[in-house]
Design a protein around this ligand. Structure first.
Ligand SMILES: Cc1cc2nc3c(=O)[nH]c(=O)nc-3n(C[C@H](O)[C@H](O)[C@H](O)COP(=O)(O)O)c2cc1C
Length: 214
């Protein structure tokens, strides 16, 4: 047997039923997120974002969740990056949280749009000064000749901002918000008969709940 095929875990820690699922999926997310923090999941706000690229080619990467507000999930990145190019062309995405310690997955899909400049400003200036400078240093997703490019850019930016108290927010950096139209909560159960509850947005703005086969 291959070294992969024999790896096998039974999931038996929790269950998720229509009776105990909250009516509002954002409240349910908040509940599970706090349980992930209590369970000391490493980087509980880390998630995979899938976007659609040219020719429909999907692309995915890990990001950090920085807020849940105005009905959506907020993350920050470089507006010139590959993901930003994807979002510009196809302003939709799918987010996936994996909290293995709780045998849980949450999948969230919907349209993505930029957060306001004011929101990006507030978050940007809450970051450590070094991270703020870092946003100026790295042409995210571009090909660079070597690590030296980053070291040289860093030295240049440190010099440029040495007497600047408040590092300005670069035009090419800011947040996005994905507003869900579907949220699926997945709870691992024994014998691969997992619980899957899917919330789908109604036209009237409410949510419909159904159970999916595992
Ligand atoms: C744990 C973790 C957290 C990350 N958080 C972010 C983030 O919040 N924003 C970001 O732009 N990249 C983050 N990255 C890097 C991205 O995964 C990715 O490499 C980068 O955004 C470029 O992606 P793109 O070329 O698809 O645009 C993170 C990576 C890891 C592993």
């Amino acid at each position: 047997m291959s070294k992969y095929a024999h790896l096998r875990q039974e999931y038996k820690k929790h269950q998720l039923s229509e009776e105990n699922a909250l009516q509002d999926p954002l409240a349910q997310f908040d509940l599970w997120f706090h349980e992930a923090i209590s369970a000391e999941v490493m980087e509980p706000n880390a998630f995979t974002l899938a976007t659609v690229g040219e020719n429909g080619t999907p692309s995915a990467r890990v990001l950090l969740l920085k807020g849940v507000d105005q009905g959506g999930f907020v993350f920050y990145t470089n507006y010139h990056s590959d993901k930003a190019r994807n979002i510009k062309q196809f302003p939709v995405g799918c987010i996936n949280f994996l909290w293995l310690e709780l045998e849980r997955q949450v999948r969230i899909s919907g349209p993505i749009s930029k957060v306001s400049r004011e929101e990006s400003e507030i978050y940007f200036h809450s970051r450590p000064r070094e991270s703020q400078i870092g946003a100026w240093v790295s042409p995210q997703s571009d090909v660079i000749q070597s690590r030296d490019v980053l070291d040289t850019n860093l030295a240049m930016m440190v010099e440029k901002f040495k007497d600047v108290e408040k590092i300005p927010l670069p035009d090419h950096w800011g947040g996005y918000r994905l507003v869900p139209v579907e949220i699926e909560f997945w709870q691992g159960r024994p014998n691969r008969l997992h619980d899957r509850l899917l919330y789908s947005e109604h036209e009237d703005g409410g949510w419909e709940l159904c159970r999916l086969a595992p």
